[in-house]
Design a protein around this ligand. Structure first.
Ligand code: C2O
Length: 595
């Protein structure tokens, strides 16, 4: 991080925010000192052994086969609407969940049922929406997955859709809109599913959302990017921790009259001296790879995405968009008056080494205070000296070993999928994934077609049918100079290998490969993954919002015979009827792939 990060700390050392929490983040309290620690589990209805998960463990229970049946329902009501806030001091139009950015925390125990009613109150102008619950397996409920044109029709303005699913995995995740690049406009929020942990800790600090931030609306960004001769390189304006950061308003473009306030306020965290804390890191951004550190502190990683791992210690955690890491931090550096910078740097990993990240201000900071530290003073700690210019890969697969071991099964089918960027006939720069630049049909989700026995799809939907295969291997070739966080819905895939150039056929620890739901493929490199089938239709795409908008998206039909037999609730069809009725009288301008 070295030099530049030091400069930025000087620029942004104001820790007493000039704007109210309401003005920066609406109804969200994340990143403030009044945001409470989380309980280690929610107490109602515990099963035997005092824990809601009874005797199930993270090291001895196969979570894909067994989870607690708590019978507990966690109900949430979300209203999505437009709003005006200034997360970093620059005021802009955003989209909010219950008036908050980031949106409200969803919290449950492993095995609880989560029910969320989403009301689309996005008006002036109206937009469709859908909300995706990132990383959940949706066993037997693929229609609750929230991918437009894949599992459902968009929720019509003024209407609601009620999502209902079991939290059959536990750990840290997030929800986000999955309609166009809408989530980068603010429809994101954290989710914590409490579960067993072999690694012990005292305090659950809760979610820490890391996200690149743009001063333009997602609509304007996508339209510019996908205009004839538009640039595929989108540049973020800032980097946020729990939705907050300062901005240097002198950098606002001449002629831009939006109010901008310097030193709007950064996030603050309190740690208890001598105690071990669990931090739940989430890259909820649109594009940037995050490099997270806390000055002077080691981080012990205990989970990657929804997969508990054998603990390993590191100074920096790398997260591509969509990825999470649960880390333990012990407050044992200095006395109880100590304060430290928490940092998250957008990494310049698109292109050659030393290419700067596509960001005007790539360095996010937050203040970490031990018990007795004065929270009106800026920390003075020094950054770890770790260069991040060339890092665009996740931690070495040799060190990310799942706590619950699963040997790699034999693959019964292998699919190679190439990533490339090209210009179409109108000079629009788009992405191709396995030969196709995807465009969704909002009116006709793949899942509903498949359920009716129709398995012939237009090429531009980019659907692959894997029939009844018992384990499917995917070899991703990245023929582009950018790294991509590859995400498969409905599964934790095995990561067989990852590296530059072509795959040499070797597998890292086939006795127990890393599993997760997002993995970075490096520039001009390969990523090999494999999944055991979960019946349904599942999106497999690059999680960079701009790349998915540009067509970098596919859908997998998995176990079609089972899909045909599914009894999909009529509310799913009803959402389509509402959408088709709405679009018969309102023109929906599908500015991108749709997802
Ligand atoms: Cu975080 Cu397609 O999802």
């Amino acid at each position: 991080m070295g030099l530049l990060a030091g400069l930025v700390t000087d620029l942004f050392s104001g820790v007493v925010g000039k704007l109210s929490q309401e003005r920066t983040n609406g109804a969200s309290l994340l990143g403030t000192l009044v945001s409470p620690f989380l309980a280690l589990f929610l107490t109602n209805n515990p099963l035997p052994n005092g824990y809601p998960w009874g005797t199930l463990t993270d090291w001895g229970t196969n979570p894909y086969k067994d989870w607690p049946h708590t019978g507990v329902i966690r109900t949430y009501d979300f209203t999505l609407s437009r709003g005006v806030i200034a997360p970093d001091g620059y005021q802009r139009d955003v989209l909010l969940v219950n008036g908050a950015f980031p949106g409200p925390l969803i919290e449950a125990n492993w095995g609880d049922k989560i029910i969320v009613t989403v009301r689309n109150n996005i008006t002036a102008p109206e937009e469709g929406t859908v909300v995706h619950w990132h990383g959940f397996l949706q066993e037997g409920t693929p229609w609750e997955d929230g991918a437009p044109g894949v599992t459902q029709c968009p929720i019509t303005p003024g209407k609601t859709f009620t999502y209902e699913f079991i939290a059959s995995l536990y750990g840290t995740t997030w929800y986000h809109a999955h309609y166009s690049a809408q989530y980068s406009g603010g429809v994101v929020g954290p989710m914590v599913i409490h579960g067993p942990s072999k690694a012990k800790y005292d305090i659950d600090v809760g979610p820490i959302m890391l996200s690149d931030w743009y001063h333009k609306s997602y609509n304007d960004i996508v339209k510019q990017m996908l205009a004839p001769n538009g640039s595929p390189r989108v540049v973020s304006d800032n980097n946020l921790i729990n939705g907050k950061m300062n901005f240097d308003c002198s950098k606002v473009a001449a002629g831009d009259t939006k109010p901008c306030t310097n030193n709007a306020g950064i996030s603050k965290f309190r740690l208890k001296k001598g105690k071990t804390h669990r931090l739940r890191l989430i890259n909820a951004g649109a594009e940037g790879v995050q490099r997270f550190t806390i000055d002077g502190h080691n981080l012990t990683v205990i989970a990657n995405d929804f997969v508990p791992v054998k603990p390993y210690t590191t100074k920096v955690v790398t997260l591509g968009v969509g990825q999470r890491a649960d880390v333990l931090v012990t407050a044992n550096v200095g006395d109880s008056n100590s304060a430290f910078w928490m940092r998250s740097n957008l990494s310049g990993c698109a292109g050659t080494p030393n290419t700067p990240p596509p960001a005007n201000q790539p360095f996010a900071v937050a203040a970490v205070y031990y018990d007795a530290a004065d929270t009106s003073k800026a920390p003075t700690s020094k950054a770890w000296d770790i260069p991040d210019a060339v890092r665009c890969t996740n931690d070495d697969l040799a060190v990310t070993e799942p706590l619950f071991p699963m040997p790699l099964p034999a693959a019964t089918f292998t699919q190679t999928m190439d990533i490339s960027i090209f210009k179409n006939a109108s000079d629009v720069t788009l992405w191709k994934f396995d030969g196709v630049s995807m465009r969704a049909n909002y009116d006709s989700p793949v899942l509903l077609q498949a359920n009716q026995g129709n398995f012939t799809f237009p090429t531009e939907w980019n659907v692959r049918n894997f029939y009844g295969n018992s384990s499917v291997r995917i070899i991703v070739h990245n023929n582009s100079p950018a790294s991509h966080p590859m995400h498969l819905h409905g599964h934790n895939f095995y990561v067989l290998n990852e590296g530059p150039g072509e795959w040499d056929g070797t597998i890292v620890r086939s006795s127990n490969p890393q599993r997760r739901d997002v993995q970075l493929v490096r520039p001009n490199g390969h990523l090999v993954l494999q999944f055991d089938p979960q019946p349904g239709v599942w999106a497999f795409h690059c999680h960079v919002a701009w790349h998915a908008s540009g067509g970098f998206f596919s859908s997998f039909v998995v176990k079609p015979d089972d899909v045909k037999r599914m009894r999909i609730p009529d509310t799913v069809q009803q959402t389509c009827r509402q959408w088709r009725a709405y679009t018969s009288t309102n023109v929906v301008d599908q500015i991108d792939s749709g997802t």
